[in-house]
Write a protein that binds this ligand. Structure first.
Ligand code: GLN
Ligand code: ZN
Length: 768
């Protein structure tokens, strides 16, 4: 028999190829289908996924990687860590589950959802486990074993996936003080082992235990837990375990991870390429290495030549039977199937041939595993040559490289990153020009995208509205928004962003170097999916992007109208990015394109320009030692985008994530004249860090939470702003909501803004 190498898939997209899960879930939530109907849609998605992988020839097909909402939430339910407030719902599993995910309002009950946060440095969000001091655990469902059996019944042997107990605890949060969640391990571990035993009893041979926290900075306590947990797992079960890490290099945790008594270890060598040599050097005898080389986080076609070199090196060291060819991470983070892209105009064939989505990546794994032991395999020669040709075509494509962009990025000079004068000088010049009252009021950019506004866009796309008709509707809506803002008495107005579908897509569509898919959906959280743009080449701005809308809005009022742009780091973070140049370089190109727009806005007479950077905080690398480098180029990109204007032009930025504690000096280095931030949920406590750091520029601490329909009272806002003044002098404070109002309705928006303005007036009077 021919030598062969096994293939390992870490996880597969679960929303279904036509977003069936999203649709079924939303129908279930709206009472249009039953729970059983939803579960049957879920079952068919799982079956289709398993069949696809098994038919392609994958050796280790995952099960229990499916989730109705989130895999961390699944594990929370499985080990019975269900917060007290949901206990009343316990007799209906599905309702309980979704209540934990997104809260429930029923029969006068209002149970808030569990917190949601970003899954490592991806744009996927998980539901954060909550722990209390006397937390107990109890095996509470059989999902993992059920799904294993379900696949088995369909004739497919799978490798169940569960989240390991150390990462599970680390990813959670203490809900009361006086204990450390890591101390709960003694109570959690027996339940976890019971869960593993249920898989063993169901007949599973291999189990994938995800411990992605092994790529993070770990303290001694966490490290010792790993030893304890995996020692026990080995002692108490007969399963074969593939300890699975992803999203980064193991670095200083490599020796620990490799020493744990598991049969195999999976390592992400796309993001953790730096570890490759050192891992092979110290790789323990007998252990299998799952070589994560097909990118689970990005959409580029695998470079077979490159991958085969890595496989060869691993095989030379370990032997073919101890190497698996694997995805770097779960394919959850890439779209389902490139074959669904059939619109040449959106995605030209020349670019499409450089890409691979989940389905194509499954085939890549199998092809690589065969070529690794049989380079001249007759059936695969065509595919092999095609891959070489595609990779070469991408490298030399005229679509990617733009000499003008290269020249411009290479030749930026110090002065391009600096405003003419320091903030204190600028702010006086700006004030002389804008003549704003104390505590100026403004909003963050968008106004309600009502069903009506969205229906115009849909009809325009379908060709039911002409461009002229569509634009006229948007103009009327913008004009109404401007008029209302004037009447309400806001000081710095916005145009409302009615013409924008999404704050990244809107710009990407107008920039060179971007393409868009038709069906490239990726799960963001629960039933929410996003379709990230693909940055394939050098970025530049062929023509102005926002000038018409902003100047139109400005023409309707004497008050300053804010130009509204998305910043370079946010555009980068929310797109699929090139892997043929550093992220910093791509960001610099985007920054220059935005800079062009900023200077054009100034030239068109716009006096205030906001450059949103909500993603700058979330872009922080997983390891602290990498932060400085990232922050350096991220801040420089913002400065490059914003520094082309004169002192008199006021630059705003906006961020919606809190926790600025450890990056406040970099936020200050961005040197925006005004920063608007989310602050209301922490009752202005966030401002402590701005205060103790002596943040030098203007700040608009969000005075109410736009994620809720609640209308804040005047007193409440006045109270928050008084609190803000304990940290920031009144002269530098603005009054605004904490984010854009796109998801809100007009009624609550008008009421909230009216109270906000009344509060600002009261504060001004107090100062007189
Ligand atoms: N200007 C954007 C808006 O108001 C900002 C959105 C965001 O911060 N995510 O919608
Ligand atoms: Zn925001």
């Amino acid at each position: 028999m021919k030598k062969s190498i096994k293939t390992n898939v870490v996880g597969f997209p679960r929303i279904g190829k036509a977003r069936e899960l999203k649709k079924a879930e939303e129908a279930y939530w709206n009472g249009k289908i039953t729970g059983d109907e939803l579960l049957s849609v879920a079952r068919s998605i799982r079956l289709e996924n398993w069949k696809l992988q098994a038919n392609a020839g994958i050796s280790l097909v995952p099960s229990n990687d499916f989730s109705l909402y989130d895999q961390v939430l699944d594990q929370t339910v499985a080990v019975g860590a269900i917060p007290e407030r949901y206990h009343a719902l316990r007799d209906n599993q599905l309702e309980l589950y979704f209540a934990m995910a997104h809260g429930v309002q029923r029969d006068g009950n209002d149970i808030i959802a569990m917190e949601m946060t970003k899954w490592f440095d991806t744009n996927y969000h998980y539901i954060v486990p909550e722990f209390v001091k006397n937390q107990s655990f109890k095996l509470s469902d059989t999902k993992a074993a059920d799904e294993y059996r379900e696949a088995k019944a369909a004739g497919i042997e799978t490798k169940p996936v569960v989240i390991g107990p150390v990462s599970f605890l680390l990813l959670g949060k203490e809900k009361e003080s006086g204990f450390s969640r890591l101390d709960l391990i003694d109570r959690l571990l027996p339940v976890f082992i019971e869960q593993l035993k249920s898989l063993e009893n169901a007949g599973a041979e291999w189990v994938q235990i995800d411990e992605p926290c092994l790529v993070l900075d770990l303290d001694e306590k966490a490290k010792s837990l790993y030893q304890k947990v995996y020692g026990e797992v080995r002692r108490q079960t007969g399963l074969k375990i593939v300890l699975t890490t992803y999203f980064g290099a193991l670095r200083d945790n490599a020796a620990l991870a490799l020493s744990l008594p598991t049969d195999a270890i999976h390592i992400d060598f796309v993001r953790g390429a730096e570890d490759f040599i050192s891992v092979l050097d110290i790789f323990p005898a007998g252990k299998i290495l799952s070589l994560g080389i097909v990118d689970g986080r990005n959409i580029w076609k695998n470079d077979f030549e490159q991958s085969l070199k890595l496989i060869d090196a691993a095989v030379a060291r370990l032997g073919a039977d101890r190497v698996w060819v694997a995805a770097s991470a779960s394919f959850l983070h890439v779209p389902y199937d490139l074959d669904l892209e059939r619109d040449e105009k959106r995605l030209p064939a020349e670019i499409k041939r450089w890409l691979a989505f989940a389905r194509q990546k499954v085939d890549e794994l199998v092809t690589l595993s065969v070529l690794a032991v049989d380079r001249t395999n007759a059936c695969l020669q065509a595919a092999y040559q095609q891959n070489r040709a595609d990779i070469a075509a991408r490298k030399s494509s005229a679509l990617i490289h733009n000499a003008k962009v290269a020249e411009r990025t290479a030749n930026t000079s110090e002065s391009d990153y600096n405003r003419e004068s320091a903030y204190t000088v600028r702010s006086q010049k700006q004030q002389a020009r804008l003549n704003l009252p104390l505590f100026p009021t403004t909003t963050i950019g968008s106004f309600p995208q009502t069903t009506e506004v969205r229906s115009w866009r849909a009809r325009f796309r379908k060709g039911e509205l002409s461009a002229q008709e569509y634009n006229q509707l948007l103009k009327d809506e913008t004009a109404r928004a401007v008029r209302w803002q004037e009447e309400a008495g806001l000081d710095v107005l916005v145009h409302g962003e009615f013409e924008r579908n999404d704050m990244v897509e809107y710009f990407g569509e107008q920039l060179d170097g971007f393409v868009f898919t038709q069906n490239g959906w990726v799960q963001s959280y629960g039933s929410r999916c996003v379709k990230p743009p693909i940055i394939f080449g050098d970025v530049s701005r062929p023509t102005p992007m926002t000038i018409d809308w902003i100047t139109f809005a400005q023409s309707l009022t004497e008050k300053p109208m804010k130009g509204m742009l998305t910043g370079p780091v946010t555009i980068l973070q929310w797109s699929f990015v090139r892997n043929d140049q550093p992220r910093s370089e791509t960001t610099k190109q985007i920054a220059l394109a935005i800079r062009d727009e900023v200077t054009d806005l100034e030239r068109a007479g716009i006096k205030v320009i906001q450059i949103d950077e909500p993603a700058i905080r979330e872009g922080l690398p997983l390891r602290k030692s990498d932060w400085a480098d990232y922050l350096n180029w991220a801040v420089k990109a913002f400065r490059l985008a914003s520094s082309g204007v004169s002192d008199e032009t006021q630059i705003h930025t906006h961020m919606c994530y809190s926790e600025f504690n450890d990056i406040i000096e970099h936020i200050a280095q961005m040197d925006a004249d005004v920063i608007t931030i989310e602050c209301s949920r922490s009752q202005m406590e966030l401002l402590n860090v701005f205060g103790s750091f002596s943040y030098p520029n203007g700040i608009g601490p969000g005075v109410y939470d736009i994620h809720s329909a609640r209308v804040p009272s005047v007193d409440e806002i006045v109270g928050l702003m008084r609190k803000a003044q304990t940290n920031i002098p009144a002269e530098r404070l603005w009054v605004n909501p904490d984010c854009g109002l796109k998801t809100r309705g007009w009624a609550e928006t008008k009421a909230s803004i009216a109270n906000m303005i009344a509060a600002a007036r009261q504060l001004r009077n107090e100062k007189k």
